[in-house]
Design a protein around this ligand. Structure first.
Ligand SMILES: Nc1ncnc2c1ncn2[C@@H]1O[C@H](COP(=O)(O)OP(=O)(O)OP(=O)(O)O)[C@@H](O)[C@H]1O
Ligand SMILES: [Mg+2]
Length: 226
């Protein structure tokens, strides 16, 4: 999970996809490579509700050794949003081998001008040259139907520019921030009249998981792996 932009939903997406991957089966490693340690905080508070292993480590030497790790079906790295962070560059191209460390990159981005320009530039200047499979993901989309419609148009415009964008999008829903506030993955949130809203919020990320693990990574057992 990476983008050279802060507050766009990287950590939310990382933790939620980790929860969905664990639920699907297989061991999951979540690597918190952001010094602010927000994924660590979320995962620690979630405790048994999130059955993934957690490593808090941002040193490039560790991150570039992740392609050697064994015993996990999926490794998810939550990157910092800083413009100049070296972590994303190193994962796109290991400085020693000059090859990518990661098998795929999801770039969460809000559908607003400045965020999008950063995302498009990162994809064109760094991700495509590194030949790493990737998907941009529109997040925190205003849930008003007109705004969702505009986000759909934006997906089409980005595709017209040759950018890979997920069909799934994630709306800005209070269920996401409430779950985070309570330290729960959205998959476990939903008591006290919040059940339906939580399941709607979760279902958007279930679609993201299919496109990420099936469509982009072609992992067996996920839709789109053929
Ligand atoms: N779809 C959503 N709906 C509502 N709130 C959201 C959604 N996604 C994220 N948020 C909230 O927005 C804030 C930023 O999200 P998050 O921490 O996931 O972004 P980030 O890209 O990891 O930020 P940073 O760059 O600081 O690491 C958090 O308070 C989170 O709970
Ligand atoms: Mg974060």
């Amino acid at each position: 999970m990476g983008n050279r932009k802060g507050g766009v939903g990287k950590t939310t997406t990382a933790v939620t996809l980790a929860a969905l991957a664990a639920e699907h089966g297989g061991r999951v490693l979540l690597v918190d490579a952001d010094e602010t340690e927000s994924a660590t905080e979320l995962a620690t508070r979630a405790g048994d509700m999130l059955s993934v292993d957690l490593v808090t480590e941002h040193r490039v030497g560790y991150l570039t050794s992740l392609d050697q790790i064994s015993g996990y079906g999926i490794v998810i790295v939550d990157l910092p949003g800083a413009r100049k962070s070296g972590e994303l560059s190193a994962l796109l191209q290991n400085p020693r081998t000059r090859r990518p460390v990661i098998h795929g990159l999801i770039l969460p981005t809000e559908p607003a001008g400045l965020d999008l320009r950063v995302t498009v530039r990162t994809i064109q200047e760094e991700v495509i040259p590194a030949r790493v499979p990737y998907r941009a993901l529109l997040t925190k989309v205003n849930p008003h139907p007109g705004a969702v419609e505009r986000a759909r148009q934006l997906q089409g415009e980005l595709r017209g520019m040759g950018i890979e964008v997920m069909d799934a999008l994630v709306r800005r829903l209070v269920a996401h921030s409430e779950a985070a506030g309570l330290g729960m993955p959205i998959t476990r949130y939903g008591g006290q009249g919040k059940h339906d809203a939580a399941r709607r919020a979760e279902s958007e990320y279930r679609a993201v998981a299919q496109e990420a693990f099936g469509g982009m990574l072609k992992l067996p057992g996920w839709k789109g792996d053929q």
